[in-house]
Design a protein around this ligand. Structure first.
Ligand SMILES: NC(=O)c1ccc[n+]([C@@H]2O[C@H](COP(=O)([O-])OP(=O)(O)OC[C@H]3O[C@@H](n4cnc5c(N)ncnc54)[C@H](O)[C@@H]3O)[C@@H](O)[C@H]2O)c1
Ligand SMILES: O=C(O)C[C@H](O)C(=O)O
Length: 331
């Protein structure tokens, strides 16, 4: 069997971690033959709750988990980690936008970046889930300069999964039949869920989603709005932000980073912009990526029409503003 991977989950006593830990422990993320050592970080007042979560993890009786370290000290949590799920942050409440969390949450990533810089492996793969996820990931990377920028990503896979599921429901197929939906930009209400290059397998025949749906007005309006607003809709209904689906998406993201994408398929991830598609360099922007040998590359050469161009630029403008506000908080 392989050597254990050391994996940190921050916000480990919270609701996303409650689902995510089980997924990681049973091998959904790193493989069914891959043992893991779990580092669980939360704040001191949550250590009692975390103890209960660890009891449950133990009671799952899963042999892939070789050790569990619970701590409120980031220097202990990030020590020698191979992968990091950065979940620990305040969730929004009904009526808030995710960027309203910036003031409360960005300092967490400012401080944790510095700790990560000191003690994490330089190869660590980092996924930021805590909102506003793109900007928090940018700040984390900025304050962990010894770790390559390519190692920092943020979660937009939940938006991708939502978009895929909605298209699948409309076409009366299962979600796995829909591929190459793209989420561009910010994990916020300005994100652009784009099906211009998406495909669907209809009874063995692969056709463009646009052709199968045959309703551009729906794809440009109701579909886009409903993916953009899905997080808010869950909060309104559940009085809590999404957790099971967020954990599933985080698991999907890290799994694909480790195991790669298949064939022509791509997935969406928030990654550091290199200027692709005219987006300002250095923003943490969600792009379509292909992954091989544990490295992502932005899919190039996709056609962008005027409608899409406007959407790509609007979400980039929001990210630029968020980043400026976040940097001001970190002085
Ligand atoms: N990107 C996405 O797709 C996505 C999806 C869902 C939720 N989220 C975000 O994920 C975050 C967590 O959501 P949740 O529902 O699990 O929240 P939660 O309140 O249930 O859990 C958050 C946990 O983080 C802990 N925490 C707070 N400050 C911390 C710190 N400095 N270090 C370590 N832990 C800390 C809290 O004590 C708590 O246990 C929120 O910001 C939420 O908005 C993002
Ligand atoms: O919407 C939220 O605030 C939580 C999360 O980002 C989501 O998309 O469900």
């Amino acid at each position: 069997m392989a050597e254990p991977l050391t994996v940190v989950i921050t916000g480990a006593a919270g609701q996303i971690a409650y689902s995510l830990l089980y997924s990681i422990a049973k091998g959904d993320v790193f493989g069914k033959d891959q043992p893991v050592i779990l580092h669980l970080l939360d704040i001191t007042p949550m250590m009692g709750v975390l103890e209960g979560v660890i009891m449950e993890l133990q009671d799952c009786s899963i042999s892939l988990v070789r050790n569990v370290i619970a701590t409120a000290d980031p220097l202990v949590a990030f020590k020698n980690v191979d992968a990091a799920f950065m979940v620990g942050a305040m969730p929004r409440k009904d009526g808030m936008e995710r960027k309203d969390l910036l003031k409360a949450n960005v300092k967490i990533f400012f401080e944790q970046g510095q700790a990560m810089d000191k003690v994490a492996k330089k190869t660590v793969k980092v996924l930021v889930v805590g909102n506003p996820a793109n900007t928090n990931a940018c700040i984390l990377s900025k304050y962990a300069p010894s770790i390559p920028k390519e190692n920092f990503t943020c979660l937009t896979r939940l938006d991708q999964n939502r978009a895929q599921a909605q298209i699948a429901a409309k076409l009366n197929v299962t979600a796995d039949k829909v591929t190459n939906v793209i989420i561009w930009g910010n994990h916020s209400s300005t994100q652009f869920p784009d099906v211009a290059h998406a495909k669907v397998d209809l009874n063995g025949k692969v056709v463009p989603v646009r052709e199968a749906i045959n309703d551009d007005s729906y794809l440009k309006n109701d579909f886009v709005a409903s993916v953009q607003q899905r997080g808010a809709a869950v909060i309104k209904a559940r009085k809590l932000s999404s957790a099971m689906s967020a954990a599933k998406a985080a698991a999907d993201h890290m799994h694909d980073w480790f195991f790669g994408t298949k064939g022509d398929n791509w997935v969406s991830m928030g990654v550091i912009s290199d200027g692709s598609y005219g987006i300002q360099e250095g923003l943490m922007y969600s792009y379509p990526v292909r992954i091989a040998d544990k490295k992502w590359t932005i899919v190039q050469g996709l056609s962008i029409d005027d409608f899409a161009r406007g959407k790509l630029d609007a979400t980039a403008a929001e990210l630029k503003e968020e980043l400026e506000a976040a940097i001001a908080e970190c002085t």
